[in-house]
Design a protein around this ligand. Structure first.
Ligand code: NAD
Length: 282
């Protein structure tokens, strides 16, 4: 079994640099996929209220027989619940669906600057309550741009432990990563293989061929060497295993730079722009 490095968060906790993401995994399939990942060796699961599969995550962990304390669990506040009372209720439900009395990390999923009068600060202050009462060991944000982070820095007391943002070779998101590096905010790279879109790129396939690795492994290893946290998603056991085998090879700096140079700027995004995204699920 390979050894997964951990990253120290400013909250004092540490997070495994590689985890398992469960976005778009059917609620009925989630417990099985999570148990498969845990059997392989993963100890970090990334879910969200929006994914509607928190119950399956909790079940998969219990089915694995692994101690709750040995698994790092992240969930995220759904977009409809930014007002403080709604956030408190939603967080209670997250814990009840997971079937545990704490999460390791709880995030504001999207800043939604065009909703709630642009007020994500009171939402953040509500997450600070969850951290104070110990039900969220760490708190952080997701999809926050530099100007959102700057606002939290001037209007609140806690620096987010992480910012979970879209990052992959077609969208390197360097401005936000640089701000996070400067302020000790760990970067979690979502859609790390761009939902598969980067895997056929000739630069990726050539590096993979030379390394005797798969395209997915090469791209995930690129994230690891750049210091970001990743949690690729798959329901296929063979791929879940493949995505875990990242710690017995290394890319040269030349290869890392060649993958970074695939950046397409804003055109490379696979997901929405956080400055305009305003989706609230039914
Ligand atoms: P991803 O980049 O992990 O790609 C997943 C897709 O790639 C899978 O559906 C599968 O078809 C394919 N795939 C996986 N492993 C493969 C392999 N070894 N070879 C070939 N194809 C493979 O995309 P994602 O699921 O969008 O992102 C990962 C996780 O990031 C999510 O599950 C979720 O936890 C998180 N996420 C967060 C946000 C956010 O707004 N915070 C947004 C999107 C995703």
């Amino acid at each position: 079994m390979s050894q997964i490095p951990t990253i120290e968060l400013t909250s004092g906790n540490s997070i495994p640099q590689l985890g398992f993401g469960v976005y778009q995994i059917d609620p009925d399939e989630t417990a099985g996929a999570v148990k498969t990942a845990l059997d392989i060796g993963y100890r970090h699961i990334d879910t969200a209220e929006m994914y509607q599969n928190e119950a399956g995550v909790g079940q998969g962990i219990r089915d694995s027989g692994i101690d709750r304390a040995d698994v790092f669990i992240t969930s995220k506040l759904n977009n409809g619940f930014h007002e403080p009372d709604a956030a408190r209720k939603a967080f209670d439900e997250t814990l009840s669906k997971l079937g545990f009395d704490y999460v390791d990390l709880f995030l504001i999923h999207w800043p939604l600057p065009t909703r709630y009068g642009g007020d994500f600060v009171s939402t953040w202050q509500t997450l600070e309550e969850f951290r104070r009462d110990g039900r969220a060991k760490s708190i952080g944000v997701s999809n926050f741009q530099v100007h959102h982070l700057e606002r939290l820095a001037t209007q609140s007391d806690t620096v987010p432990a992480v910012n979970q943002i879209e990052v992959h070779p077609y969208f390197v998101n360097e401005e936000v990563r640089a701000y996070c590096a400067e302020h000790d905010i760990a970067v979690e790279a979502w859609s790390p293989i761009a939902q598969g879109k980067v895997l056929d790129d000739p630069v990726v396939t050539q590096i993979a061929e030379a390394a005797g690795r798969t395209p997915a492994q090469v791209v995930l290893r690129w994230h690891i060497q750049r210091g970001d946290i990743v949690f690729p998603k798959s329901v296929t056991p063979k791929r879940i295993e493949e995505n875990y085998a990242l710690f017995d090879f290394e890319l040269s700096q030349h290869d890392v730079d060649a993958l970074t140079a695939l950046d397409r700027g804003e055109d490379g995004r696979t997901g929405p722009n956080p400055d305009t995204f305003d989706y609230i699920p039914d």
